[in-house]
Design a protein around this ligand. Structure first.
Ligand SMILES: [Zn+2]
Length: 108
């Protein structure tokens, strides 16, 4: 994801659309966040991407991946790779700290 900063708003460009992330309020203009994540007080992948970029701390990412897996025990490797830094996910798997399922239902 491409991230640019304008004033205090981060513009996060996904596969199709660009969304505005307000890091102070931890909000995003994407529909997923507006309709779902904000209700359950979770961050969408755009907010996570901005956090990753601004914090740039692997340990934080590792912690978040583990927390995410706890909250979403059915999350697959592919899902985790989309939500988080894929290298961090692979690293945790290789260290056997997490053991997510492979996404067998993934289609092209
Ligand atoms: Zn979003």
């Amino acid at each position: 994801m491409q991230i640019t900063k304008e004033n205090n708003i981060y513009k996060v460009k996904g596969t199709k659309d660009t969304y505005d992330v307000n890091l102070e309020e931890k909000t995003c203009t994407c529909p997923h966040f507006q309709h779902r994540m904000s209700q359950i007080h979770q961050y969408c992948k755009h907010i996570m991407a901005v956090l990753d970029k601004t914090q740039n701390r692997d340990q934080e990412t590792y912690k978040k991946i583990k927390q995410y897996l706890k909250a979403n025990p059915k999350a697959t490797i592919q899902q985790l790779g989309k939500e988080f830094n894929k290298e961090a996910v692979d690293d945790l798997i290789s260290k056997q700290e997490i053991n997510p399922k492979a996404d067998v239902s993934a289609t092209q």
